[in-house]
Design a protein around this ligand. Structure first.
Ligand code: ZN
Length: 137
């Protein structure tokens, strides 16, 4: 089995945002030369996430509203006793999950028709990394 590892860096303008990274992951897959296997896409942070879903803009707003409802910004998180202010960002990351595994078949991401890979930033405006590890033959 071969492995090919690369890192994507994001420094978002907004505190919270959702970025479609499917094309970037597909490019790395092509560079790897791997035909059959899988790609691990993993946020290297505790206040960001990676997920697979639709690229429809209304849905992205719905996801953001849903996360804010379940894990709202608040001043009174215990985490803030440390001087941090991003308690909600950690909780949003846990809800979305920090990594996905995408199948590779015949040298391509084997995603369903509407499946896209997203980086979800919950505490941006500073450089943050995503690991992309292609594994296979
Ligand atoms: Zn924190």
């Amino acid at each position: 089995m071969k492995f090919h590892t690369e890192y994507l860096t994001f420094n978002t303008e907004k505190h919270r945002t959702y970025i479609n990274i499917t094309d970037k992951v597909a490019e790395i897959l092509v560079q790897s030369g791997i035909q059959e296997g899988m790609v691990l896409v993993s946020a290297m942070h505790i206040t960001a996430g990676v997920y697979v879903n639709d690229a429809e803009s209304g849905l992205i707003h719905d996801i953001d509203d849903w996360l804010e409802k379940l894990a709202p910004y608040r001043a009174d998180y215990r985490h803030h006793w440390t001087g941090e202010t991003n308690g909600d960002s950690h909780l949003k990351s846990l809800l979305i999950g920090h990594q996905v595994l995408v199948p590779v078949t015949a040298g391509k991401l084997d995603l369903g028709t509407w499946q896209q890979i997203y980086y979800a930033e919950f505490d941006g405006q500073r450089p943050k990394r995503v690991l992309v590890k292609v594994m296979g033959e």
